[in-house]
Design a protein around this ligand. Sequence first.
Ligand code: MN
Length: 323
Amino acid sequence: MVRMRGDLSAVCRVLREKERFLIACHENPEGDAIGSELALALALRKMGKTATVLNADPVPANLLFLPGADTVVFAEDGSKYDVAVVVDCGSPERTGRIAQELLKCPVLINIDHHRTNGDLGELSLVDPDAAATGLLVHRVLSAMKYEVDLDVATNLYVAVLTDTGSFHYGSSSPEAFEVAGEMVRRGVDPWAVAEQVYETQSVHRLRLLGRVLDSLDVSSDGRVACITTMREDLREFGSGKDALEGFINYPRSIVGVEVAVSFREEEGGVFRVSFRSKGRVDVSAVAARFGGGGHHNAAGCTVPGTLAEVKKRVLETLAAALS
Ligand SMILES: [Mn+2]
């Protein structure tokens, strides 16, 4: 089944013809978002164009090694650009406070693989079956006959590596392995990258993990496991929310657990809720009930209320989805 939407050749034509590009991704960016936007920006710059990466949030510490990461800006006037390119982002609101600058660009291109993508942008390339947005950027660059160099290759490799959970997930398609292999052929060193992405955590982060795992709560039937992070926990360990990336894999790894849930307290009496499912449960549908979205096996939403209220509402909705 081909579910790809959008027009690859139209996207390539705009990238070829226009000169000034403003590239953005979702808030709280991770490897696929950063890798996709940097790969595209570096390639456009090599083509002699102006490409600025504008993000709402900082590049996570473990991704600062990525070529081009030091060129990301956090404020910019969108009216200076011909085209906005939004990557790995299912809805315009997910770009956060920079959305207004993107909307100042006369043309908006949307490159994404979230199945909840509502086709923001008049020009799009959306493929829910792609394992990573980085693969869609690779399709674009290939179609433009762009010769991928090591800097672009490193970004694309990290996009694919992180969004497939280091090739653990069912989304790890032949294309994901093929592109990763091509990037290795172009000089990417898998161990050097893995060490930067996965083996550079601080002592504080590991202690924070201990605290968060203390909150582990498993449902009586053993099918749902959740963890909770309060703002006080992050403060105590001097960590930002990006330190929590990957913690949800621990409750998911419990034998018999089908869905892992992470509750993270945010300012203003709301909780960010993340879901990871192992198999048949479509957590994007559960997240959508609360106005969120994502993928079959990984999704999220923001829910107002106290921890007790949010947990009750979310876990009841999840239990209904599991029955
Ligand atoms: Mn992604």
